[in-house]
Ligand binder design. Structure first.
Ligand code: CU
Length: 395
């Protein structure tokens, strides 16, 4: 299951204010549709409407009008056809979207730096094909970067590159580490940070993206790897794997001083809260049914109704014994706290990991678009098994 016959499909590049026209012709023998993950776009009509169902042999014409204030960074596109999103994305139906403009925030001398899309995409094998049915999250999987097994990336000593890290997998987490180096984070989930922050390792729960600067070390090779990671007692343990090899060679580049402040970000800490909601994630012991507020997804039910141009505070509580990757469409949120401990993020997000038997608090503002949209767990097996709810944004 691919887009245009390619396991790693074209990266779509757009600019704020652009209109994107896209025809989706369904040559599968199951229904499908398309979601532009993280993009601030209308959830209705022919735009980012995941209630659309494109039947086999049908063509649907998508048309997105992006706002001028669309944030530059890394996003992605994938099938959102409930309850088939996990098999279709696991089959290969996911790709990257880049919104241009992130480099404009960098010092002048770095605006021409080399950039790499690092799409984290994995597949399980059954016989001689990619497995798309009865997927088990814990089953052995082949992790690729842009569909390649351990590709080589070249860099010069001291050189900064922009890496667009995107977890475009169906179900798994990545815990990224670049041996001997640090990540300089400049955007998270397509939102430029207020201050550049550094990390030794980055957790990419399902659906998450980070735009980072990496610097070439002394001449030699090092590895981009994913570290062993467990999502909890009822969850999954993902083994350590090497993802790519970074070769530092050639004439050294004179180091550039990175700024600390980066892009303006509005803080919701002291915002007026118009409404509060609690969203509870739970699952049955067999791990076959997943719930939000005790209910499985029903596209004909509205679970939360929110008002345009207001800010709400939501508690996302996880009653299960495994992590879930909370994701909301259309508008992004500020992560306020994790298990009661204040979180000082550096921008908006559209995904957040929710600890087992724990909770996070977010603040979300609804702007520009009304209509029905969704929030869900981005572990797509969970979403397909019911862990999704309808949010309606009203005037
Ligand atoms: Cu989940």
């Amino acid at each position: 299951m691919t887009y245009n016959g390619r396991y790693m499909p074209t990266t779509l590049r757009v600019r704020p204010g652009d209109r994107l026209e896209l025809a989706m012709e369904n040559r599968l023998n199951t229904p499908t549709n398309l979601h532009v993950h993280g993009m601030h776009a209308s959830p209705s009509g022919h735009a980012d409407n995941i209630f659309v169902r494109i039947n086999p042999h049908q063509t649907f014409h998508y048309s997105y009008r992006f706002t001028r204030n669309l944030k530059p960074g890394t996003y992605w596109y994938h099938s959102h056809a409930h309850p088939l999103s996990a098999p279709q994305v696991a089959g290969g139906m996911s790709g990257v979207i880049v919104v241009d403009g992130l480099k404009d925030h960098l010092p002048r001398s770095l605006r021409g730096i080399t950039e790499h899309v690092i799409a984290l995409k994995d597949f399980q094998v059954q016989g001689d094909s990619v497995k798309t049915e009865n997927l088990k999250i814990s089953a052995p999987t082949t992790r690729t970067v842009n569909g390649q097994l351990n590709p080589t990336i070249k860099i010069r000593p001291g050189e900064y590159q922009l890496w667009r890290l995107a977890n475009v997998s169906a179900n798994i987490y990545y815990h990224l580490h670049l041996r001997g180096q640090r990540f300089y984070v400049i955007a998270h989930d397509g939102d430029p940070v207020d201050r550049i922050w550094t990390a030794d390792s980055l957790l990419l729960a399902a659906g998450t993206r980070f735009d980072v600067l990496v610097q070439g070390g002394p001449p030699g090779t090092t590895q981009l790897e994913t570290l062993r990671y467990s999502t909890g007692p009822a969850g999954n343990t993902f083994p350590q794997r090497t993802l790519a090899t970074l070769v530092s060679a050639g004439s050294p580049v004179r180091p550039v001083r990175l700024p600390t402040t980066f892009a303006p970000v509005e803080d919701f800490s002291h915002a007026k809260i118009a409404a509060r909601h609690t969203i509870v994630f739970s699952e049955n012991t067999a791990g076959t049914k997943y719930y939000i507020n005790g209910k499985q997804f029903d596209m004909n039910r509205v679970d939360i109704r929110s008002k345009l141009n207001t800010i709400e505070e939501w508690v996302i509580r996880n009653d299960s014994n495994e992590e879930h990757s909370f994701h909301v469409h259309t508008d992004r949120f500020q992560l306020m706290s994790i298990n009661g401990r204040p979180h000082h993020g550096h921008g908006r997000q559209d995904t957040a990991n929710v600890p087992p038997k724990g909770q996070i608090v977010i603040r979300i503002r609804f702007t520009d678009f009304t209509g029905k949209t969704v929030l869900h767990c981005h572990i797509l097996n969970h979403e397909d098994a019911g862990m999704m709810a309808v949010l309606e944004i009203v005037k």
